[in-house]
Design a protein. Structure first.
Lengths: 485, 530
């Protein structure tokens, strides 16, 4: 099944590139993504429902954690493909982009999704590395899509910083293989993630530590952790909005997934999780604190959302630093953040289409001009700052429960930071809704596919909070968390 | 024995004295031929010198005794070289005086008096030439001492007789580095291309000719003769690196004759090489002299380091490849022209392929096959394909290929050396901690990664950043060799494919940057800063 998924996505990319008509390419993009979603669902259902625990077939590895991430990727892939259809149609009609660029966009979009799926499926560490590097290479031209000064600059920063980071991560992967090779040797086992965990006891702890530092710092660049985040706000604010949603919603999670996989391995080698969680705590705290200062004075709503992504990655790291309860919080947070943040970026795309600017100062009268997008955007903001009843509220609540017990001072600091961020986001959003007589009056907004996607995501986040509180939901999250301890 | 030594020294000195004008004449003659002219007879300098000795001298009234003493001191210093160096015979009567510091001192003495003579007449050109000569001398003398120090370490002796006498290059191939540095220094010392043009009196460029411009008649003849002697001595010394002089003891008459003929042959061949070199290369601007001489200095220093580590530690060819891989990247670090940066990147990649090849020789068959494939693909992709892609991107943009750097070349080299030392200490420390055993390859891997990152930071051009990224990647390739030796074939191909793909994507992006910004300076990429 996974071969089919990979081949299909590759085929989709190829077809999108070769088809003559941009209209067809746009429309079948959604179909491709839907087929992919169905295939992934069939593939991962046994692992999610608990029927099967783990699939370890040499090159491939699927357990309930990667199954969940696979599902999120293909869901967001579907959402992004649907929204891209409308978004690019509009851009094409405005004459901003040519036929060729539309085809390139969809071709790269399929390739980008494909490489993320391979990262999640891979058991071979080198294959995983290649796929992770491919996520960067395939999305460079999506970031620099508009060929303006600023978007080229963002693409440049993105590819140089991320490639360097991922290249450093390779050193960490090789260190693990070297450590395993000291005892057993043999090319078959030292590059296999599951085999490495099985023979964790033979890897020297000192090597595992230095390897994990390389992996954490290297792939942490891709997660956008402070202080390696500098590419992130630029890339998120300059990419087309569906791509921003894809980036923020799932790319960061995928990179974090890799780090978590190796964290599990490192913990198995060292024998406890003390060492890795300290690392997570420090970087997580920094990633929550720095965005506070950037968000309070923010003038660009897409950058505001980008900094919010950094903050949420920090929160997930903080949650992971207080196992075992924190791991449950982290998983819920990953799901919630994927849904909520992508919905916000889709909304930002609609605002951008309507107002043709990303500056907060120039967006006024949101409710009057584009009432549907405005309402959903504000709802999304409320979700992302963690108001109940949403999944993000539950995850943050759980995280604080664990964090207060472990580190009271840090918990209070994080609490203050989150309050400041909530204030900043609300203040800026309310400014966008303020009436302003000088603002241009826009044609009446029609209901479109973006709104469908946004509202379904927001409803999903809310419903999820109820389901997770129920016994079956608890069981589900627990079964995933068991893989990460 | 004593008689024999004295005889040998006399014979050598006479031969050098006779040969010197011929060497200069032959070089001029061959150079003319290479450039398609007929050229004067190679024996012309004899007549020129004889004529000058008979000419009347014109000496400015404003000169002092220094002006009149200088030609004699300069000539004496050159003559001393002919007397003391092992040019035709080893162990001449003055051989035991020939400590290498003494020789360097004698060379320096000649230069200093030439400078005094140039300044004494207080003419504008003399002073200018003198100031230039001192700049060059100050930069080249250190390298000369480094080269001698390397040789003395190999031969365990301070006597120049032993340094150049023994045939050490074959036994110690890394001495080729010192030899290369010595060639560079010899060109500078003898005022040849690319440092000085011996054929013109152009006020903007001349160095040696500017200092002798106030001299005439006999004194000028002495100075010209001295410089011819010095050139001959240096040419023979270079040749003696490969074909050392014979010992003067117990030589038959035929042996002596052969030695003399052989010396003439050496001088002729090297004159031809020099003439060819001067026809192919151009003179460098004086302000680029620091690059040229720092190149000589670092080659000499590197030769010394390699020598020390090879003789002090265990010696194998892997060390040489490792050293070369680092060496070329250090060079690259100080360069500003894209072409030379790409060249050094390719050379460094060749060294990495060499490391893989070397490892393959000592591995079991299946692994050896992997390593051979690794070496082959490395050459195909990193030596040929990646530079080609980047060059194409550059050509298409019609770029003047100067890449801005925050540091001047000299400070770049300084930074690189500091980094090398710091990494060396850090790795030895970590070897003590027991994380990973010290080996040359690990050192290369870390050095390449760090220098690659430093290139990305120090150079402010998109192309330099691309190359920096690839140097980091090279470091990791070496790291693969050092830790797990070989990867599964399919994945190895995958990683190489990623490298090639990155090159394509980065060059497309760089041309887009060029389109949008009109330059490739990364200083311009500062719009997004909120």
């Amino acid at each position: 099944m996974n071969i089919f998924i990979i081949a299909f996505a590759f085929l989709a990319s190829l077809i999108s590139f070769l088809l003559p008509s941009q209209k067809v390419v746009r429309r079948i993009g959604g179909i491709f993504a839907a087929v992919n979603f169905a295939a992934v669902l069939i593939l991962v259902w046994p692992y999610l429902s608990g029927a099967q625990r783990v699939f370890d077939g040499g090159w491939w590895l699927i357990d309930s954690f990667s199954a969940l991430m696979l599902l999120l990727v293909s869901f967001l892939y579907l959402a992004a493909a649907l929204v891209s259809n409308r978004y690019l149609k509009h851009e094409h009609e405005e004459g901003i982009i040519s036929d060729k660029k539309v085809k390139l966009y969809f071709s790269l979009l399929h390739l980008f999704a494909l490489s993320m799926l391979v990262v999640l499926l891979a058991n071979n560490t080198l294959l995983l590395w290649i796929a992770l590097e491919m996520t960067t290479l395939s999305s460079v031209f999506l970031v620099g899509f508009y060929k303006q000064k600023s978007s080229i600059e963002a693409a440049w920063k993105y590819v140089i910083i991320c490639s360097t980071g991922i290249t450093l991560g390779l050193i960490g992967i090789l260190f693990f293989s070297y450590g395993a090779g000291l005892a057993s040797g043999g090319l078959a086992t030292i590059f296999s993630l599951s085999a490495l965990i099985a023979q964790a006891a033979t890897i020297p702890a000192a090597i595992a530590k230095i390897a994990f530092v390389f992996i954490f710092v290297g792939f942490g660049v891709k997660v956008g952790l402070v202080p390696m985040y500098s590419w992130l706000p630029d890339a998120h604010s300059k990419a087309p909005s569906p791509i921003s949603a894809f980036f923020s919603g799932i790319l960061l999670n995928v990179a974090l997934y890799v780090i978590i996989r190796f964290q599990v391995l490192t913990n198995a080698v060292i024998g406890n999780s003390q060492w890795t969680t300290t690392l997570f705590l420090v970087f997580g705290l920094a990633s929550v604190l720095l965005p506070v200062f950037m968000m309070i004075t923010q003038k660009n709503y897409k950058r505001l959302l980008a900094y919010s992504s950094i903050e949420h990655m920090g929160l997930i790291l903080l949650a992971l630093s207080v196992p075992p309860l924190g791991i449950i919080a982290a998983i819920i947070h990953m799901i919630g953040h994927t849904l909520a943040k992508s919905s916000l970026f889709f909304g930002a795309g609609e605002i951008l289409i309507a107002y043709k600017t990303t500056s907060i100062d120039k967006v006024r009268n949101l409710f009057k001009n584009i009432p549907r997008t405005g309402l959903l955007f504000v709802l999304g903001i409320l979700v992302i700052i963690g108001l109940p009843p949403t999944a993000l509220f539950i995850s943050e609540y759980t995280m604080f429960a664990a964090l207060i017990k472990a580190h009271l001072g840090i918990a209070l600091l994080v609490f203050a930071a989150l309050s400041a961020i909530a204030f900043a986001m609300l203040r800026l959003t309310i400014m966008m809704t303020l009436p302003d007589s000088s603002a241009p009056v826009m044609p009446k907004e029609k209901w479109n596919i973006t709104h469908v996607v946004m509202i379904s995501e927001i409803i999903l986040v809310v419903l999820l909070s109820f389901w997770i509180s129920s016994p079956s939901g608890m069981n589900f999250i627990n079964s995933i968390a068991r893989n990460l301890i | 024995m004593i008689l024999n030594q004295i005889f040998a020294t006399i014979l050598q000195t006479i031969l050098i004295l006779l040969l010197a004008p011929f060497a200069v004449g032959l070089t001029r003659f061959l150079k003319a031929r290479f450039q398609g002219r007929r050229g004067p007879s190679p024996f012309l300098p004899y007549f020129a010198l004889a004529t000058m000795f008979r000419r009347e001298m014109v000496i400015s009234k404003s000169t002092s005794w220094v002006f009149r003493a200088a030609p004699f001191v300069v000539f004496a210093s050159s003559l001393a070289l002919a007397l003391m160096l092992p040019l035709v015979f080893r162990f001449g009567i003055f051989g035991s005086l020939g400590d290498f510091l003494v020789i360097s001192g004698i060379v320096m003495l000649g230069s200093i008096f030439l400078v005094f003579g140039g300044m004494d007449a207080a003419s504008a050109f003399g002073g200018m030439g003198s100031s230039r000569e001192m700049t060059l001398a100050a930069l080249s003398e250190t390298s000369l001492i480094l080269i001698f120090a390397t040789l003395s370490f190999v031969n365990k002796s301070f006597q120049v007789d032993n340094l150049f006498g023994a045939q050490s290059v074959v036994a110690h191939p890394y001495l080729l580095l010192s030899m290369f540095a010595f060639v560079l220094i010899s060109l500078a010392e003898n005022a040849r291309y690319p440092v000085d043009n011996p054929a013109t009196h152009l006020e903007l460029t001349m160095v040696h000719e500017a200092m002798t411009i106030e001299y005439s008649g006999r004194y000028l003849a002495l100075l010209e003769y001295a410089s011819a002697l010095k050139l001959t001595a240096f040419l023979i010394l270079i040749a003696n690196f490969l074909f050392p002089a014979l010992s003067s003891a117990n030589l038959s008459l035929v042996g002596i004759l052969l030695a003399l003929l052989f010396t003439i042959l050496k001088v002729s061949v090297l004159c031809a090489v020099l003439a060819f070199f001067e026809s192919v290369f151009v003179k460098m601007r004086f302000y680029r002299m620091n690059e040229y001489l720092s190149l000589a200095f670092f080659v000499a220093l590197f030769g010394l380091i390699v020598t020390l580590s090879v003789i002090g530690l265990n010696f194998d060819y892997a060390t040489i490849w490792a050293a070369l891989a680092i060496f070329f990247v250090v060079f690259l670090f100080g360069r500003v022209r894209l072409n030379s940066i790409l060249r050094y990147y390719a050379l460094s990649s060749i060294a990495i392929a060499g490391m893989a090849y070397n490892l393959a020789l000592s591995s079991e068959p299946t692994e050896a096959l992997h390593l051979w494939i690794f070496a082959g693909i490395t050459i195909a992709i990193k030596v040929i394909l990646v530079p080609l892609i980047i060059r194409t991107a550059e050509r298409r943009q019609k770029l003047t290929a100067n890449l801005q750097s925050f540091l001047r070349p000299a400070s770049s080299y300084f930074l690189a050396i500091i980094l090398l030392l710091v990494i060396y200490c850090a790795l030895h420390r970590s070897a003590v901690e027991g994380i990973i055993a010290w080996s040359n390859m690990i050192y290369v891997a870390v050095v390449l990664s760090v220098l690659g990152l430093a290139t990305m930071i120090v150079h402010r051009n998109v192309f330099s950043q691309i190359i920096g990224l690839f140097i980091v990647e090279n470091g990791i390739a070496v790291f693969i060799l050092a830790t797990v030796k070989s990867l599964p074939l399919l994945l190895e191909l995958g990683i190489f494919a990623v490298v090639a793909l990155s090159a394509v994507i980065l060059s497309i992006l760089s041309s887009q940057i060029r389109e949008q910004y009109g330059s490739t300076d990364t200083e311009n990429l500062r719009n997004l800063t909120e």
